[in-house]
Structures are given as C-alpha cells and as structure tokens.
Design a protein around this ligand. Structure first.
Ligand SMILES: [Zn+2]
Length: 182
C-alpha cells in the first residue's frame, strides 16, 4: 500500500510527538502530508437525482481514480439546494410537532379521557381484613409471603409467592390478587 513513505527528513513523526509539539505550543499543521490538496481543473454539469444541475469538480486525469464514484454520488442524491431545503422542512416539521406536543400538554392532555374507575370497586385498595403474612428464610435469602383476602360468605382467597425483596414481594402478591379478578 502507500503506508511506506520515503523517510521524510524533518517531518515530525505521527502520534505522540504531534501532541508533544502541540503541548509545546507549536502550531501543528492540519494538512495531511499524504494527501496534498489538488485543485479542480474544471467542472462538469451533472444531473442530480432531483433533476437539477450540479457542478461536478474534476481533478487532473491521472489523479482522479474515483471520478466515476464521485460522480455517482452526486447523481444519486438531490442537489445541494434541494437537500438543504428538505433538511429545513424536516426541521420545521419537527419543531411543529414539538410545539403541538407542548400545546397538548398545556391543555392537560385532553386527547384521551382518563379511564374512569369502575364503579363499586376501589382498585387502589384491598378488601377489608386482607392480610399479608411474611417470613424470611435466611438460608435461601428469600421472603415467603402469603396474601389472604376474605370473600363475603366464602372461602378466603390465598396467594403465595417468594422473593428476595420484601416490598416487591408484597406488591407482587397484591398483583396476583388483582390478576385473579380480571
Ligand atoms: Zn435539486
């Protein structure tokens, strides 16, 4: 490849010494020594995807190995003006969506009425007399819990579960009971 360069006398080595040079307050050239700047020798009109004409820069024949690829890149996309216009439109659409969202939020989110609680049942509360029983098993490092729910005129409902965290266990038992209702 082109890695092997003729030992450039006086050329600073890459990497750490570059940083050192910068640290020493010396200006470091941004130009890559292996890629000399080649000015375009001319321009060609090519049609971009959008149908507009773009100026396509040509490098000297011997130094334009990728001319075909570069040209394809230009013809495969919209012209600069169209791309900028599109970007601006997308930006405006995004701004509009954001504003819309803010407005809805300010209105108190009226879009969807909050689900009304079903009458007769308070979903947030367990029935009267509900009982949690928990016992810690140190060997297994688990809480074993049972939730007992009395039912009017019937056998009480009972839910059993184990978990390492006490409060998550209580919440999970609560959820088991609610799951059994639906
Ligand atoms: Zn265009």
């Amino acid at each position: 490849m082109q890695q092997e360069k003729k030992a450039g006398e006086g050329e600073p080595a890459k990497g750490a010494s570059d940083k050192q040079a910068a640290g020493a307050g010396k200006p470091v050239s941004r130009r890559r020594p292996d890629r000399p700047f080649i000015p375009f020798i001319g321009f060609e009109d090519v049609i971009a995807r959008c149908g507009h004409v773009e100026k396509f820069g040509l490098l000297p024949d011997g130094k334009d190995r990728f001319r075909k690829d570069r040209r394809k890149k230009v013809t495969d996309r919209d012209c600069k003006a169209c791309r900028e216009k599109k970007q601006q439109e997308e930006q405006e659409a995004a701004d509009q969506r954001r504003a819309e969202k803010e407005r809805k939020k300010a209105d108190g989110g009226e879009q969807k009425p909050r689900r009304a609680k079903s009458p007769g049942r308070e979903p947030g509360r367990l029935p009267d007399g509900s009982q949690f029983e928990v016992r810690y098993d140190a060997a297994k490092q688990l809480w074993n819990g049972t939730l007992t729910i009395p039912t009017p005129g019937g056998e009480p409902l009972s839910f059993t579960k184990s978990g390492s965290g006490l409060f998550p266990l209580l919440a999970a038992l609560d959820k088991l009971y609610r799951g059994s209702l639906s």
